[in-house]
Each structure stands twice: as C-alpha cells, then as structure tokens.
Design a binder for this molecule. Structure first.
Ligand SMILES: [Mg+2]
Length: 217
C-alpha cells in the first residue's frame, strides 16, 4: 500500500530534485561538466512533459562521452519552472528524466547527478518563489553538486543554451561556459568568465579537447 509520506522522488525540498545516478566514485577536487538539459542535451520542445517527445541532440553526445572517458563527473542542472507554473508535476518530470537517461545510456553517455529546480515567481503554493538561490542564473544547483562530489568548481565547465546558464556558471565561480548556438566568444567585463561559442562541429570538437585535457584518466 502506498504511503503518502514516502515520496518516490529524490526531492530534498519541495522544489529541488537531487538524484545521484550510478555508483561511480570520484576523487576529490576534480573538475566537472555541468550540463543544462532542455535545448542542450535534448531538443527543447518547450516545457517537455512527455517521455515520447524526448529527442537527443547528437552534437552533445561526444561531449558527455569524453567527460566519462576522462573520469570527470557529468552533472545536469535544469530549471523546471513548468512545475511551479502547473504545466506538469514531478511524476512527469521523473518520466522524462528516466527516458532521457535511458536514451543517453544507449549512447554510452553516463550522467552522475541530476539536479532540477521547480521554483518560479509565477508559481503557486510553496513553489512560488522568485529568484530562488537554486534557480539559474543563481548558482545553487552547481554549488550543491560541488559539495556532493567535492568538485573543483574553478576548473569546471558549464554547457547551456541560455545566458542564464552562463551566468549561473559565472556566479558559481567557473571560468568558462560554452553557449549552444553562440556565435562569438565573449569575456565578462571583469575578465573572470568567458562564454565560448558552441555552434559548429569544430566548436564541439574543441570543447571535447578541453574536457579531455581536464581529465585524469
Ligand atoms: Mg536550456
């Protein structure tokens, strides 16, 4: 019999999903690859809530594989305001997430942690929190993963398709992010963070080379 108090989902608070995948153990102080999900790993269909709609972006697969082969953690950090907005719930997120991980697994791509933040100012109830520390562009999800795996944040990289992904990386203390669809490399005015373009096959190959160079394997 289902006990209502027992959630099947790895929620550490009402609007924050933190799921450790697999049992790979990492030495302390490794850099990590942080990955946005929608529009970065999978084609963004706009608040995807149906596992059948999930299509991987083929360009990202070598990036994740290179991360795995280099022995570095691969971490998904995903804003999911569709939950706060009432478009879908955590069960639908769980189904989409499971499908995404299965599709990646079939491509020999492993993810080590999934974090998702449901908070949004246009939400209702306990999820109606604007500018939540876990919601990108705030760095909360990245810092949480850093603490879980002892990641060296200063050498880590984020890949995303939105300026908010890059900003979350900058605020977390990363020195560079790769922007899906970005056409120019751009340095922050204070020089602390570089947004790199991720458009052509060459850009993706360059990213793989950078990740391989960070690896210990
Ligand atoms: Mg995105």
């Amino acid at each position: 019999m289902a006990d209502k108090a027992v959630t099947p989902h790895p929620l550490v608070e009402p609007g924050l999903w933190v799921e450790r995948i697999g049992d790979r153990v990492f030495p302390e102080r490794l850099p990590a690859l942080f990955l946005d999900r929608d529009g970065t790993i999978n084609v963004d269909t706009g608040y995807p809530d149906d596992p059948a709609d999930i299509v991987l972006r083929p360009e990202i697969l070598p990036v994740i594989r290179t991360t795995n082969l280099a022995g570095l953690p691969a971490i998904i950090v995903s804003n999911q305001s569709g939950i706060a907005r009432g478009y879908f719930g955590w069960p639908e997120f769980a189904a989409v997430n499971a499908r995404l991980l299965a599709l990646l697994e079939a491509e020999q791509c492993r993810i080590d942690i999934v974090l998702a933040c449901a908070y949004h100012s246009s939400g209702t109830g306990e999820l109606a929190i604007g500018d939540h520390p876990m919601r990108k562009p705030n760095p909360g999800m990245l810092l949480r993963a850093r603490d879980l795996l002892g990641v060296d944040i200063g050498r880590s990289i984020i890949v995303g398709d939105k300026a908010d992904d890059m900003e979350a990386g900058r605020r977390a203390g990363l020195v560079e992010g790769w922007l899906v669809g970005g056409r120019f490399n751009k340095k922050a005015p204070d020089g602390s963070f570089t947004t790199r373009k991720l458009m052509t096959g060459n850009d993706y190959r360059r990213l793989c080379d950078v990740i391989a160079g960070l690896g210990v394997a």
